[in-house]
Design a protein around this ligand. Structure first.
Ligand SMILES: NC(=O)c1ccc[n+]([C@@H]2O[C@H](COP(=O)([O-])OP(=O)(O)OC[C@H]3O[C@@H](n4cnc5c(N)ncnc54)[C@H](O)[C@@H]3O)[C@@H](O)[C@H]2O)c1
Ligand SMILES: [Zn+2]
Length: 351
């Protein structure tokens, strides 16, 4: 099935059996001949052969580049190694990059596409739910440095995103559930109807839900492509505290979506206090998070103080001003300048 993100230069296909169609889809969108498939050591053994064969059948020359799975691969060094392999394979300005994997591969392959020969087309084939509903949309690409996450990067929108929902069958449950944290976030900030429908979601038929989430994120991004007007900040709902929790847990204790789940609960406390979010709506949010096995409380022995130490690193604390995303009711959100560090502390203490 075809999906058009109205304001965007790229298209997203969401459906079943699409890995076999990658070659014909790519052919429809651009006439280039050679490409690199960038994937990771977990995903490549599962899906790379199908993607490769599909590209060959459509008369592309494709080189598979596999990197070690995990966030530790998101380095400039890895980017250099990939580029060297692409040069060795003879890829040039007429080539394109196919990213096959989760958000890590999306960010890496997108960054390679952004800088190789000063920019070549990028095709994303996200294989995690988080990547389908979040990281593959919006054009942000990049790597981490020793000092922090995503500090180096580029905005480079993919030309084409292909979401084959069948790939989600091999995704570990924890990874699937963390994708729902971002989906619930989208529902809270933009779609009360989707929120209500989520408790009965059909895990066997996720395509309609994925399409709706692409629509929500791309609409917000289209209004504020470069993160300048504040509109895009709405996507950071739950992320101020969430990022701090992720960091406080040394990026090991919680997956991103799990930390965001806790951050959402904290943002709900702040919203109750500052914008009158009704308690029953806050409770409905917590119930929904828990339905997907996402945490709503911190483990009792968690060092909360570390969360506060981590807070100033969040980019929303730029120049000392706290800009916090609050929700007055499910389905809407706005930025507030009224939230104090004390409000945040109170919310974290309740976790
Ligand atoms: N660019 C953006 O806008 C944006 C937004 C959100 C997150 N991100 C980035 O995304 C990354 C997180 O993405 P992620 O959660 O997808 O992590 P990930 O790419 O590390 O994937 C999670 C794990 O699942 C494995 N995996 C992936 N697909 C699989 C499948 N179908 N079957 C079995 N195993 C599979 C991977 O090998 C990995 O071990 C972070 O680096 C984050 O910074 C970027
Ligand atoms: Zn997130």
């Amino acid at each position: 099935m075809e999906f058009r993100c109205a304001a965007h230069r790229y298209q997203a296909l969401v459906g079943s059996g699409l890995l076999e169609e990658v070659g014909t889809c790519a052919r429809r969108y651009f006439p280039l001949k050679t490409c690199a498939i960038i994937s990771d050591s977990n995903v490549a053994p599962l899906f790379a052969k199908r993607v490769h064969e599909s590209l060959i059948a459509a008369k592309f020359t494709a080189t598979l580049i596999t990197i070690p799975a995990g966030e530790k691969s998101k380095t400039l060094e890895q980017i250099g190694t990939i580029c060297d392999q692409m040069i060795a394979a003879g890829l040039d300005r007429q080539s394109f990059v196919v990213g096959l994997g989760g958000g890590v591969i999306g960010d890496i392959s997108g960054f390679v596409a952004a800088i190789y020969h000063r920019g070549i087309p990028h095709v994303q084939i996200p294989t995690t739910l988080l990547a389908m509903v979040d990281s593959s949309i919006g054009g942000k690409t990049g790597v981490n440095t020793r000092d922090g996450k995503n500090l180096i990067g580029a905005v480079h929108h993919p030309l084409l995103v292909i979401d084959d929902v069948d790939v989600l069958k091999t995704l570990p449950p924890r990874e699937l559930n963390q994708g729902f944290a971002e989906i619930i976030k989208h529902a809270i900030i933009a779609d009360a109807k989707m929120f209500a429908a989520l408790k009965d979601v059909d895990l066997e038929d996720l395509a309609p839900l994925i399409r709706r989430n692409i629509e929500i994120k791309s609409k917000i991004v289209a209004k504020d492509e470069r993160d300048r007007t504040g509109e895009r900040m709405l996507l950071n709902f739950g992320h101020t505290v969430g990022h701090a929790i992720e960091r406080a847990g040394n990026y090991r204790e919680f997956l991103h979506g799990e930390a965001i789940s806790l951050g959402i609960v904290a943002a709900c406390s702040v919203s109750m206090k500052k914008t009158g979010l009704p308690r029953d709506q806050r409770n409905a949010i917590v119930d929904l998070l828990q339905r997907f096995d996402l945490p709503a409380r911190l483990p009792p022995n968690f060092q909360r103080e570390k969360i506060f130490q981590a807070l100033p690193y969040d980019k929303k604390f730029e120049s000392g001003k706290i800009r916090f995303v609050v929700t007055p009711r499910i389905g809407s959100a706005h930025l507030s300048n009224e939230v104090t560090m004390e409000d945040i502390r109170e919310a974290v203490d309740q976790l």
